[in-house]
Design a protein around this ligand. Structure first.
Ligand code: NAD
Length: 407
């Protein structure tokens, strides 16, 4: 996976005419921490897991990035996602570098108590690596506000009160209003910007969303609030379709009760893996990476793809989309809403002053709108893809900060 995100970096760096040595300096992660986590499971047996934290680049500020709990978490994945965070924070102009990490566990097979023990043990192993002014984790796949609360309390037990060590905390425990929905809402703002330039309104478009977790569910809700017709949704074990538009408040209620889309009575079930081939105006991957590949990219019918997930498009698929004129808004721009409101949360923790939700959403809107315009205008003026344009903007900012601080 790291080689794939590197491919996008190198393609943009070549367009910019950046030399090989500087490319190497900006490409590789600066620090990788790997720890063994041993905890007692509910059965009384010992469970062993491996935890990772990768800090990719610190030129523009403390490192920032999520923690993922998933069996696929490893050094390569964490490095790729850490690099994406460097480019993401730069493209939306946050004063952060990029990091990522996680634990190679499967939380669906663990009790809440086991997940808490694993999380606290992980913090006890990496507490010297993270910190409010060095590296600030946040939620990602299979981690949430509760996980962040455990990290904050464990870190504070060692270092003293430090709410700014993680973002995405519960609002009742130093979290920010608006953080939980920020990535989905940010994607909605991006979709509105695309449609403003390509014609029509959200209300006359159809949408299919792969993944109905934090990002997918809030995105569906915000699209529906604006009259958008979400016709298909999927999660890890099911998919549902209703050409008339899925009743999103009803499906949210269903998932809150049953924890799955399966069995939702007002839509038809269909094969989860077929969702990406549906004939819709806008297709949104909001689950895991490597969804679009050389094998399936030419079968995708949607003319606009919004990358809510990180790294859903392989370089081969990206080339196919480019040739076919499919508009792809890249992950480092499309899903930046989460890290933007994480930044607002960090600022509030440091200020020890709570902002109002309207202020947060207004600022999020301005950050997304401004970043989208910069990338769109560059892509149009140079006749390059939005992904290459976004990388050029980001590499320029990280490169300048690196030079100014002295190599
Ligand atoms: P989540 O764990 O809350 O939800 C993931 C969803 O994907 C779940 O509904 C799960 O069932 C579904 N899923 C898993 N495998 C699937 C498959 N093969 N087909 C269809 N659905 C599948 O995670 P999340 O926080 O919503 O993150 C989703 C994506 O967005 C990830 O790529 C993550 O890196 C990215 N992202 C998240 C945030 C954030 O703020 N949470 C910010 C930026 C990017």
């Amino acid at each position: 996976m790291f080689s794939e995100t590197s491919y996008y970096f190198r393609r943009a760096a070549q367009v910019m005419g950046i030399g090989e040595r500087i490319q190497r300096l900006l490409e590789k992660p600066q620090r990788l921490v790997k720890v063994e986590i041993v905890v007692e499971l509910d059965s009384g047996e010992l469970g062993t897991f491996t935890g990772f934290r990768v800090q990719h680049n610190r030129a523009r500020g403390p490192c920032k990035g999520g923690l993922r709990y998933h069996p696929t978490v490893d050094e390569d994945h964490s490095s790729a996602l850490a690099a994406l965070m460097t480019w993401k924070t730069a493209v939306v102009e946050l004063p952060f570098g990029g990091a990522k990490g996680g634990i190679d566990c499967d939380p669906t097979r663990l009790s809440p108590g086991e997940v808490e023990r694993i999380t606290r043990k992980f913090v006890s192993e990496i507490h010297e690596t993270i910190g409010p002014y060095s590296d600030i984790p946040a939620p990602d796949v299979n981690t949430n506000a509760q996980t962040m609360a455990w990290i904050m309390t464990e870190y504070s037990r060692i270092h003293g009160f430090a709410p700014a060590v993680v973002t995405g905390k519960p609002v009742e425990l130093h979290g920010s209003p608006g953080r939980e929905e920020a990535t989905g809402l940010g994607c909605t703002y991006i979709i509105a910007e695309v449609i403003k330039r390509t014609g029509g309104t959200i209300a006359d478009k159809t949408f299919a969303i792969q993944g109905f977790g934090n990002v997918g569910s809030h995105l569906a809700r915000h699209l529906a609030l604006r009259g958008g017709k979400v016709v298909a949704l999927s999660d890890v074990n099911s998919a549902i379709i209703n050409r008339q538009g899925i009743d999103i408040p009803a499906v949210l209620q269903h998932v809150a009760e049953h924890r799955t889309l399966a069995g939702f009575p007002h839509a038809e079930p269909f094969d989860r893996d077929e969702l990406i081939y549906l004939d819709v105006d806008v297709l949104v991957p909001a689950a895991l990476g490597n969804v679009f590949t050389r094998e399936n990219a030419h079968l995708v019918k949607a003319k606009t793809i919004i990358e809510a997930a990180n790294a859903p498009t392989t370089p081969e698929a990206d080339e196919i989309f480019d040739k076919r004129g499919v508009l792809v808004v890249p992950d480092i721009l499309a899903n930046a809403g989460g890290v933007i409101v994480s930044y607002f949360e960090w600022v509030q923790n440091i200020q020890q002053f709570r902002w109002e939700l309207e202020e947060i959403q207004g600022k999020l809107h301005r950050y997304m709108e401004r970043s989208f315009k910069t990338v769109w205008d560059l892509a149009r003026s140079k006749n390059i893809s939005m992904r290459t344009a976004a990388f050029i903007v980001a590499i320029g900012r990280v490169g300048k900060a690196t030079v100014l601080s002295g190599v």
